[in-house]
Design a protein around this ligand. Structure first.
Ligand code: NI
Ligand code: MN
Length: 228
């Protein structure tokens, strides 16, 4: 079965698992770096980490067109169902795990904020621990560094996706600390080079990962794919 992860720029990802496509935080049409438009992506599930526009992004348009099931915290799931008319949402909350046909999804804490685009309360921001058959992927999503990342890594993480942009999330230095706590086999940076305030040198970051951790860094360009 195909198991691959494609960066759609910023904090947006597409997981292809056989015939199933799982999107994370699809911010495409307004993103300066997305390689695709919302009208052109496939989706069966969409995971939304928090309410900010650069994460909830094109979720409503994509879910409306494709019928994808949206997984988010309780408040965002309610907002999508009652204010945006989405019929298939799953609300969950921090620490909880749900089983989906492709694997399990655990909602992990994130130190951030989560207001929705219309000003509505967006609940707690989150990350996701996605357990596929044989592969565990941790998406930290928008967050600062926190030491409980060590707990998230204890079950074994094959691939961690960490923000390095700084300003709104962890920067390169703190993400190195995160790698040391999580101890993933491989690590990919995101949430950088979308706009000037989050410009970063990903190659320099990758060199630091190689020199100071046991994890293998992978730097993708938007549109780039890695096999899981
Ligand atoms: Ni955010
Ligand atoms: Mn963000």
């Amino acid at each position: 079965m195909i198991k691959e992860l494609t960066w759609l720029g910023h904090g947006s990802w597409s997981l292809r698992l056989g015939a199933t496509v799982v999107l994370l935080d699809p911010f495409l049409d307004e993103s300066p770096t997305s390689p695709v438009k919302a009208a052109d992506v496939e989706a069966h599930y969409i995971l939304v980490s928090h309410g900010h526009y650069d994460h909830i992004g094109d979720t409503v348009a994509i879910a409306t067109r494709t019928g994808a099931t949206v997984v988010a915290n309780h408040e965002i799931a309610q907002w999508l169902a009652t204010k945006q008319g989405l019929s298939t949402t799953i609300g969950m909350n921090l620490g909880g795990t749900i089983s989906l046909p492709f694997g399990t999804v655990k909602m992990t804490p994130a130190w951030h904020s989560s207001q929705l685009p219309d000003g509505a309360y967006g609940g707690s921001p989150a990350g996701f621990l996605v357990r596929l058959e044989g592969t565990t992927v941790y998406f930290a999503c928008d967050t600062g560094l926190f030491s409980d990342m060590e707990l998230i890594g204890r079950g074994g993480v094959d691939l961690a996706v960490l923000p390095i942009g700084d300003h709104f999330t962890m920067g390169p230095e703190d993400s190195l600390e995160a790698v040391k706590l999580i101890r993933p086999k491989r690590v990919i940076p995101d949430h950088y080079n979308t706009w000037p305030p989050i410009q970063q040198d990903a190659a320099a970051w990758a060199q630091s990962v190689l020199e100071t951790t046991e994890s293998q860094p992978i730097v993708l360009e938007p549109g780039g794919t890695t096999v899981l």
